[in-house]
Design a protein around this ligand. Structure first.
Ligand code: URA
Length: 251
């Protein structure tokens, strides 16, 4: 998919100079896109596709980054928050590139969040038709009956329509505290979907953590910590987004 951006922004992101200085360079006729000189401002290009040169030298496009963060509760999945709350990029010390989250986790949800500056990769993973599996541990008030979990498994009616079949199993039942922890894998990504699914069977979610996204798991990444995905993990995520059938992990 094309990610068109203004030329001066692309040049600045590639470390050529400040955006203002890059504008001057464009006006001075130093910049070409696919062999054609650009001398006006407002021209857009896609650094992943177009060849952009400054004084005949191709620019280096921004390095692609793929990160996994173990998001804590009380953090906004957003690149900025006008109310000044903590945002996920506050937890990426040392990352200068502008990365953005792949999908969302609620303010109160913790766990695995992928961040990248690769728009195409993000689109592939979040496109509804790709049904990328996402696995959550949901601790709920009360202990749902097996028949209620079966309903979640088959699909349940929510105000925005039926949910697709899900994988559901008990992880832990705490009768003393009247709570249960359920592992649930969904193949969609509707707003507050897991919380709403449990509400629909009469159980309020009191803790929600995403433990797996596609083929990759959170494993032992500490809360609030991030790491770079390995090349194999990036490949696996792309494979899962592009495949029609998905393996389901029962962990
Ligand atoms: N489902 C939810 O209800 N919340 C999330 O953050 C993710 C999935």
């Amino acid at each position: 998919m094309k990610e068109l951006e203004r030329l001066q922004k692309i040049l600045a992101a590639a470390g050529i100079a400040s955006r203002r200085k890059c504008e001057e360079m464009i006006l001075a006729g130093m910049v070409e896109v696919n062999g054609e000189k650009v001398t006006t401002l407002g021209v857009k290009a896609d650094p992943a596709v177009d060849t952009i040169t400054v004084n005949g030298k191709p620019i280096r496009s921004e390095k692609k980054l793929y990160l996994m963060l173990n998001k804590s509760k009380g953090v906004i999945t957003s690149a900025n928050d006008p109310q000044g709350r903590k945002i996920v990029t506050d937890f990426l010390p040392g990352i200068k590139e502008r990365v953005y989250p792949v999908g969302r986790l609620d303010y109160d949800t913790e766990g695995l969040l992928i961040l990248t500056n690769d728009g195409e990769f993000a689109n592939l993973l979040t496109h509804p038709s790709h049904h990328v599996p996402k696995t959550y541990r949901a601790t709920v008030k009360g202990v749902p009956h097996g028949s209620a979990l079966e309903q979640l498994q088959k699909g349940i009616k929510l105000e925005d329509g039926m949910t697709a079949p899900a994988e559901v199993e008990y992880h832990d039942v705490d009768t003393e505290n009247n709570e249960a922890t359920i592992t649930i894998t969904i193949f969609e990504g509707r707003n507050r979907q897991v919380r709403r699914m449990f509400e629909a069977i009469g159980h309020k979610v009191i803790r929600l953590k995403r433990i797996r996204f596609g083929e990759i798991g959170l494993e032992n990444l500490g809360r609030g910590k991030y790491r770079h995905l390995t090349p194999q993990e990036i490949k696996d995520l792309l494979a899962v987004a592009q495949s029609k059938t998905h393996k389901v992990h029962k962990k």
